[in-house]
Write a new protein. Structure first.
Length: 255
């Protein structure tokens, strides 16, 4: 599902609403689309829509969506980021009478430059291509962040697996993980490629962040780490280990 929101600014944002509706009409978008259209005067013909929705429904739509498309209002695209989504941001532009100035464009550009956490679309004609290639774009953004970092920190009270740590390890990042992550010791190769700390020990976490970011890392060891990640955490190997464990538990009668 794709969720589109244009906020509650009183000027219409017909350019975005119409573009998405036409992409749905033309088959570029094949999944369901829900749009919050605000004060836009264009009424979608091919997508579900509502002018305003409650905060609870907004959160629900963001959580359920594969892709979230927002205008450039910070409140609109910060929510998807907090929920773990990478939003496509189409800022309102003054020349189209969508806002009183171009502050949304400027702010979105700054977020891209400093954080790299959103996908910015200023030319609406490129939106279809961005939607079609969304998964590849997001994957590339993640990979770039990992590859330009030395240390990946995942402090968590609970994780089912921690797949993001494997992604970081595969890109040459040393790991600083909470002991609440079940395979934390295996991921760090028992401390060779990182450190595991108690989930609630903030002092230990802080100390290790400082130490690990100051450390000089050997490129040969980084190469070994990447090789280790590829060999130990391939999907094939993980699935085989999961199958073995399921058979073991099944024999005990626990499932």
């Amino acid at each position: 599902m794709i969720f589109v929101t244009v906020g509650t600014h009183e000027q219409p944002f017909n350019r975005l609403i119409k573009a998405v509706d036409e992409l749905k009409r033309d088959g570029v978008i094949t999944e369901d689309v829900m749009m919050q259209t605000g004060f836009s005067t264009y009424e979608p013909r091919y997508c579900k829509w509502s002018k305003l929705i409650s905060y609870q429904d907004m959160v629900k739509n963001v959580e359920n969506a594969r892709i979230v498309i927002t205008h450039g209002g910070p409140a609109s695209f910060i929510m998807p980021l907090q929920i773990g989504k990478t939003p496509i941001v189409v800022p309102r532009q003054h020349k189209f009478e969508e806002h009183i100035n171009d502050h949304q464009v400027e702010f979105a550009r700054n977020v891209v430059e400093r954080m790299g956490t959103i996908i910015l679309v200023e030319d609406i004609e490129k939106l279809g291509k961005i939607i079609t290639e969304y998964d590849e774009i997001v994957s590339g953004m993640r990979h770039e962040k990992y590859c330009t970092s030395k240390v990946f920190v995942l402090p968590s009270r609970w994780e089912s697996y921690g797949i993001s740590a494997v992604e970081a390890l595969n890109c040459g990042c040393y790991l600083l993980l909470s002991d609440s992550i079940p395979p934390a010791n295996e991921m760090t190769n028992n401390g060779k490629y990182g450190c595991v700390v108690e989930a609630e020990n903030i002092d230990d976490l802080t100390r290790n962040i400082i130490d690990m970011t100051k450390r000089e890392y050997d490129q040969n060891e980084i190469n070994e780490m990447v090789k280790y990640a590829g060999e130990e955490f391939s999907w094939e190997r993980i699935c085989k280990k999961l199958l073995v464990e399921m058979r073991r538990v099944s024999k005990k009668g626990d499932i």
